[in-house]
Design a protein around this ligand. Sequence first.
Ligand SMILES: [Ca+2]
Ligand SMILES: [Ca+2]
Ligand SMILES: [Ca+2]
Ligand SMILES: [Ca+2]
Length: 318
Amino acid sequence: MKHRLIWLLLFVLIVGLPTLATDSDGDGLEDSDEVVLLTDPSNPDSDGDGLGDGVEYFELFTDPLSADSDGDGVLDGDDPFPQSLDYRDLYDVTTVSPSLHEEEGGQKLVQQVVVKVGDVITIDWIAHLREFVLAGAEIEMSRDFIDPAGHDWTAPGYYAIDEESQIAEIVLPTSAGVFRGEIPWLSPAITPSDWPYFLLSKELQIGRTYQFYIFSHELLAWGEDPFFTVTSEVLAIEMLPIDLKLGRREYDVYVVESVWEHVAFSDPYFRLFFGDTPRMTVRAYFTVDHNVLLRYRTPYFRVTPVKSVGFSDFFVVW
Ligand SMILES: [Ca+2]
Ligand SMILES: [Ca+2]
Ligand SMILES: [Ca+2]
Ligand SMILES: [Ca+2]
């Protein structure tokens, strides 16, 4: 008995306590981690979407237990943008969840704006996005300000852009009524929430600069010039610590800074915030190895049932 104890003591001293760090299915997650994440320790692809459990969890930030993390009908393994992006502003009043998927005739972008509890605006764009340049779109806007369980108000609209004359014919449903007009169309132009996706479709390199226009239909409804000129530059590679369920990890990220410039706002409300020549700087972070959009801050418009529109900062949460 005494001898056994001495041998055990010697074993522990020399070999150390036996560890259980095994990755039975070789997917990059240890068996004990898979117990925490509820994934299958004997199946390297628990949800059968073509992506390994470890790659989903540590590298792509998709759900290893959902074959279609962003619910857009495309399996994670086939989806160029498989993440669901929920982002909320600093005042925690607005959440926007854009999702993008292929449809016949183009890509469909669905954005949901939750202004506060029960107040929902859904914008369905059936858009022909060519490399994220909005070339023309049909939109349907629904508002649920009064009754969250059903649409209080739904109205269709569209942008039809004549490539030769660069004139856009626009019919835009707003809370104040329907806006109809023709405006000179600056190309390439993308919508405010598309700019990180636009950059995601590019090969990022430090020092590289991209220029484009951001078209904001909210400004149009407010009688302002609807375009911002944007210069995006890939500034540097930085370490970004992220808290995951399995502890804190650091990631190499590209830092992309975008400067949005507007000619001038005539509306006194905007001038109060931005002065005569508004200029905003917004940032995005993309992982270096997989070009995954991790986080971005962007000014955006808060849409409310009454006539008040403002900018706020958004953080992406995951
Ligand atoms: Ca495993
Ligand atoms: Ca597994
Ligand atoms: Ca998977
Ligand atoms: Ca998945």
